[in-house]
Design a protein around this ligand. Structure first.
Ligand code: FES
Length: 115
């Protein structure tokens, strides 16, 4: 379905995993399934500890996003998303760079996840 590449100074090298249909819960679920050390606490979009930077690798236009209300609130409070980026996501389908791994649903596009 999609290749998800995780990159972090906390890992010796980048790791690319193939997210199958059965993985399509959240990006955090994919990370946990593959023992990628993405931070998390609440797993419910409330603490912000799972914030990651996501970019699309395919060279295509990123798929549109539905930011959850929790993502908007938590990422705004953390200073990782602006009102303009929220508007871009909602009006122009342009995803913001920072997402909450516990809220982000992996879809049919190859992505790079930095944390
Ligand atoms: S784990 Fe708390 S917001 Fe994702």
């Amino acid at each position: 379905m999609a290749n998800v590449t995780f990159s972090s100074p906390r890992m010796k090298k980048d790791v690319t995993v193939y997210a199958t249909a059965g993985d399509t819960h959240t990006l955090l679920a994919v990370a946990k399934n593959h023992r990628i050390p993405v931070d998390f606490e609440c797993q419910n979009g409330e603490c912000g500890s799972c914030a990651v930077q996501v970019s699309v690798l395919s060279g295509k236009r990123p798929l549109g996003v539905m930011l959850t209300e929790k993502e908007k609130t938590v990422l705004t409070l953390a200073g990782r998303i602006t009102k303009e980026q929220i508007a871009d996501a909602e009006v122009n389908d342009i995803p913001p760079p920072w997402r909450l791994a516990c809220q982000f649903i992996v879809r049919h596009e190859d992505i790079l996840v930095k944390f």
